[in-house]
Design a protein around this ligand. Structure first.
Ligand code: SAM
Length: 394
């Protein structure tokens, strides 16, 4: 009677229970049935409240276990409290799992955030450091340029040369018209500009990027009554915007190296009138195998320096007719350039004795002079003369 097959619905359970009760009334074993029902209900109640109070005590647990296992197995199994408990635990586990996942994600998120901010801080620190380095190196570069121009101020000229050499080169220019229009590129303080204006009686446009040189040239032109023939222009040789066919003569002493020998000649060609000429002086090797010391020095200072013959062949490769070339005499190095430069060096040595950067720049100039003193026969400034090819009549 107590092991009636299991039923899953409450209705069945109650109808079965009432049947059991009615039977029990008639049975001598009624007390036993009641005891069993009480045990079942108690057990159900325990189980229902179990999540809240857990086990009341060991006795209750034992009792609950005993009754549910041996006496009232079927009833307890179908108790709705069991389903609720299972559901409750399932939800609880799911909830805690979700909670753990949530906290893990949160920790990961914060770790990533911290990493991100650390990287950001590192990046900005690097940026600040590098910009400081850049800024200080720019500052240093500016200072170096200032020192360079301080060394190169108050000199009669800024490269080897003299009036005799300028006059000689001018005498080699073919078919120069009366009062020619001349462009002097990289004129510096303009010793040759003044000579050109004086000898030809023409108009000279003198360009340079260093305004103090142009101011000095202007001052000298006024002093020598040549200012009406000379116009200075602060402009880079890399950005000349004169009209095509503007000049009878293009002149450049010791300045074409800034663009490169070939590049300069190519670029200036268009400004020449038909039959116009170019005269440039350029530092050149005079021998094929110079000694080690000057070779090393110029590898560093002027790596594209060429042999005199190589420069002549460049002229011939371009749309020019090669006219002539000559080597500047030694005096052209010393009188107006290295001697005044040495005087300037010894003056500035005292001024900058506690400035290692300035000291280095000054000493580099002295080294250059010493190299020339010792090896003047191996290299020199060479005047190259050429004419716009298309109109040559000779
Ligand atoms: C070695 S110096 C020769 C100066 C002058 N021709 C002489 O013999 O005394 C070179 C000249 O080129 C000028 N210079 C440098 N870069 C230049 C540029 N991009 N455009 C024009 N002139 C430049 C310098 O200021 C300097 O005056």
């Amino acid at each position: 009677m107590f092991l009636t097959p299991k039923s899953s619905t409450a209705i069945k359970l109650f109808s079965w229970t009432s049947r059991v009760v009615s039977l029990c009334k008639k049975s001598v074993r009624v007390s036993l049935i009641w005891a069993c029902i009480r045990a079942t209900l108690t057990d159900a109640l325990y189980r229902f409240f179990e999540p809240l109070v857990f086990r009341l005590n060991a006795f209750c647990t034992l009792r609950s276990f005993w009754y549910s296992r041996w006496k009232c197995f079927g009833l307890v199994i179908f108790s709705p409290s069991l389903v609720l408990i299972k559901l409750y635990y399932l939800l609880l586990i799911t909830y805690y799992l979700l909670l753990i996942t949530y906290y893990l994600l949160l920790i990961t998120y914060y770790l990533l955030l911290i990493t991100y901010y650390l990287l950001l801080i590192t990046y900005y620190l690097l940026l600040i450091t590098s910009s400081r380095v850049k800024f200080s190196s720019l500052n240093q570069q500016e200072k170096n340029v200032d020192i360079f121009f301080e060394i190169h101020s108050e000199l009669p000229r800024e490269a080897p040369g003299n009036d005799e050499a300028t006059a000689k080169a001018l005498s080699l220019v073919p078919k120069l018209p009366k009062n020619p229009i001349i462009l002097d590129i990289g004129c510096g303080p303009g010793m040759q500009t003044l000579a050109l204006a004086r000898i030809t009686g023409g108009q000279v446009i003198a360009v340079d990027t260093h305004q103090p040189f142009l101011d000095e040239l202007q001052r000298r032109a006024e002093e020598q009554n040549l200012s009406s023939q000379i116009r200075t222009q602060n402009c880079s040789m890399l950005a000349l915007d004169f009209k095509q066919d503007s000049f009878d003569l293009i002149w450049s002493e010791g300045a074409i190296y800034i663009m490169g020998f070939r590049e300069g000649l190519q670029s200036w060609y268009r400004f020449l009138k038909p039959e116009g000429s170019v005269a440039v002086s350029e530092l050149s090797w005079l021998v094929k195998n110079p000694p080690e010391e000057p070779l090393e020095f110029f590898k560093k200072e002027y790596p594209s320096m060429k042999h005199i013959e190589d420069n002549i062949s460049i002229i011939k490769q371009l749309e020019y007719s090669y006219i002539n070339s000559f080597i500047l005499p030694e005096a052209a190095w010393w009188d107006n350039y290295y001697i005044p430069l040495e005087r300037r060096i010894s003056k500035l040595r005292k001024k900058y004795q506690n400035n290692p950067q300035a000291h280095n720049i000054i000493e580099e100039h002295q080294t250059e002079i010493e190299i020339y003193r010792n090896y003047y026969q191996y290299y020199g400034y060479v005047f190259y003369l050429m004419q716009k090819e298309s109109k040559i009549t000779e």
